[in-house]
Design a protein around this ligand. Structure first.
Ligand code: ADP
Ligand code: MG
Length: 588
């Protein structure tokens, strides 16, 4: 069977994917990266460069570099490059050609057919130019599909019931909101709204200004008027922006940016969010126009899907959730989802059975306990989520906390799993002390970093921002259920709290792994783990037993699930025993 690849030919970045195994499109790396900048350039010897290399040389050679050619698709123009001139479809064909040859290397076979995506608002001329770009690259473009359609396919392919999906796509230079209706595998874009000049580039610009203005005041030098300095600045702020998606602070440091002047600025996520908030408001207005066009109320939406690199900015999901009342989905990598959806379409056209994409996600939220407001009063039991459930794994997030009183030198870091607003209502995972903080006023900044890997290993680091004093502890959050007895389970859990090395720490070694309400907590975790492993065994068994036994097992499982949700540990224990007895009898 000939493979039909899927290509997201983006304004800022392009991606290529294909589907060989059911349900799992592969993203094909180009020079070791899954994302290739849609950038074309000529080096000093007149040779063509495409992708990362072209983007890298942009700083040194901005005049010989072309970015965002997608904006010009369908126009009858040519752009100079080296000593020649090229049409937009020719420039785009260089991008497609590079993707095609990366795929051929990766797959070890010729790639001749492709599905290419375009924005929903692209008109005929723009679609035709895209098709021509494909032909120029040696590709048979078997279908052009809309980007929101591709995104919806990635989540919903193979589903029969009717779904109304809002696709929020914030890329590098453009924003699109689309309402997609899907039924029996047929996808229809009901309405689409957006702004062809709003995206991550604007955020970069705001950040650049934020950095360049004080520099100008201080040294009298305008970084933006010097082409090379301006490009270095842009690369640096873009990187800082990405850092701010996962962390509360980012540093922009560029040595000798102009003459012997250095740039060294720290920016907080809060400052950054205030800068971009007005632009994100504009996107919300477009979302509402989109709903209005399709004559839908927000509550008619079944799902919101985040697409485009800029939707990794946490404020995006927050604003959407506040506004629409449902939590947007971002489990499938927002930079890659369109290419993956195109690959699903390609596979369907080549006759393969297709399914929505499976991804490794964490089904649980992980967070910590802090002092804060709950139902109008202050409490020391507020739960602050750090890693949200449904995040794709591996995931790392950092949040900022403050000391509570003057000269506070110790902090107990406590980690919980769950979504309840009070920490004590969630499942305790582990805790540790960080001691020897400097004697500072209340409000001393503490960074809490959580890194969760695909095996459920959680690495927790607490760090005093001012001094770098830090402590890291590794906790195992995974369900290690094997059906062994409770004693074994207990000792297994005892070892959950394994101490790592003290990164950058210069003090305290004692006192780690303390737990105030240890016994209760151990029981809870043990019961849950046992329930999970019993469930696994039971589910494996249900298809092979008679109807009556199957019904009884299902009933016990359901009751147990409810008991866990209701934190009714006594019942969980009893149900575990009943399940275990029944499995014992059935397995015999
Ligand atoms: P396009 O569809 O326009 O080609 P992408 O979907 O690839 O664009 O998005 C590119 C934009 O996403 C860039 O502005 C880039 O800076 C931004 N971006 C990428 N990763 C992150 C991140 N982690 N946080 C915030 N913005 C990001
Ligand atoms: Mg895009």
């Amino acid at each position: 069977m000939k493979i039909i690849v899927g290509i997201d030919l983006g304004t800022t970045n392009s991606e290529i994917s294909c589907l060989r195994t059911e349900g799992r499109p592969e993203v094909i790396p180009v020079e070791g990266e899954t994302i290739m900048p849609s950038c074309v350039g000529i080096d000093h010897e007149g040779r063509l460069m495409v992708g990362r290399t072209a983007k890298n040389q942009m700083v040194a050679n901005p005049e010989q570099t072309i970015l965002s050619i997608k904006r010009r698709m369908g126009e009858k123009i040519t752009l100079p490059l080296g000593d020649k001139a090229f049409s937009p479809e020719e420039i785009s064909s260089f991008i497609l050609g590079k993707l095609k040859s990366a795929a051929e290397t990766y797959l070890g076979q010729k790639v001749e057919k492709a599905v290419i995506t375009v924005p929903a608002y692209f008109d005929d001329a723009q679609r035709q130019a895209t098709r021509e770009a494909g032909i120029l690259a040696g590709l048979d473009v078997v279908r052009i599909i809309n980007e929101p359609t591709a995104a919806a396919l990635a989540y919903e392919a193979g589903r029969e019931e009717k779904q109304r999906i809002l696709i929020y796509d914030l890329g590098g230079g453009t924003f699109d909101a689309s309402l997609v209706e899907m039924e029996n595998g047929i996808v229809e874009v009901r309405s689409s709204h957006g702004d062809t000049h709003l995206g991550g580039d604007d955020f970069d610009r705001l950040l650049s200004d934020h950095v360049a203005l004080p520099f100008k005041k201080k040294y009298g030098i305008d970084l933006k008027s010097d082409l090379k300095a301006a490009n270095r600045l842009w690369v640096a702020v873009e990187k800082a922006k990405r850092t701010l998606s996962d962390r509360p602070f980012a540093t922009i440091r560029e040595e000798f940016i102009v003459g012997d002047r250095h740039l060294d600025v720290e920016i907080s996520r809060e400052e950054y969010e205030e800068m971009i908030r007005p632009l994100l408001r504009k996107t919300m207005i477009a979302v509402h126009s989109c709903l209005k066009d399709a004559m839908f109320l927000p509550k008619a939406i079944d799902k919101i899907i985040l697409v485009g690199g800029s939707t990794r900015t946490p404020l995006v999901a927050r604003m959407l959730e506040d506004d629409m009342g449902i939590e947007p989905h971002h489990e499938i990598n927002p930079d890659l989802i369109v290419a993956m959806g195109a690959a699903i379409q390609g596979a369907a056209m080549s006759g393969a059975k297709t399914k929505a994409i499976l991804v490794d996600i964490t089904p649980y939220t992980f967070g910590t306990r802090a002092i804060g407001e709950y139902q109008g009063r202050m409490t020391s039991d507020v739960y602050v989520p750090v890693i949200k459930r449904n995040s794709a794994l591996p995931v790392g997030k950092e949040e900022l906390f403050y000391t509570n009183y003057d000269n506070q030198q110790d902090i107990l870091v406590e980690i919980f799993q769950g979504d309840e607003p009070l920490a004590s209502e969630n499942i305790f995972i582990g805790n540790f002390w960080i001691k020897g903080l400097s004697k500072a006023k209340a409000g001393n900044l503490i960074l809490l970093n959580l890194e969760l890997d695909v095996n459920g290993i959680l690495k927790v680091t607490a760090k005093e921002k001012a001094t770098g004093l830090a402590r890291t502890v590794t906790m195992d959050t995974a369900n290690k259920g094997t059906g062994t007895n409770l004693e074994e389970k207990r000792s297994n859990i005892e070892s959950f709290l394994r101490e790592d090395d003290d990164v950058e720490a210069d003090g305290d070694d004692e006192g780690g792994g303390e737990r105030d309400d240890g016994d209760v907590v151990l029981d809870k975790q043990g019961l849950i783990n046992r329930a999970k492993s019993l469930r696994k065994r039971a589910e494996g068994m249900i298809p092979g037993v008679n109807e009556e036994d199957a019904a009884e097992l299902t009933d016990l499982l359901e009751k147990n699930r409810r008991a866990i949700a209701g934190h009714d540990w006594g019942t969980v224990g009893r149900l575990n025993e009943s399940l275990s007895d029944m499995l014992f009898y059935l397995e015999d």
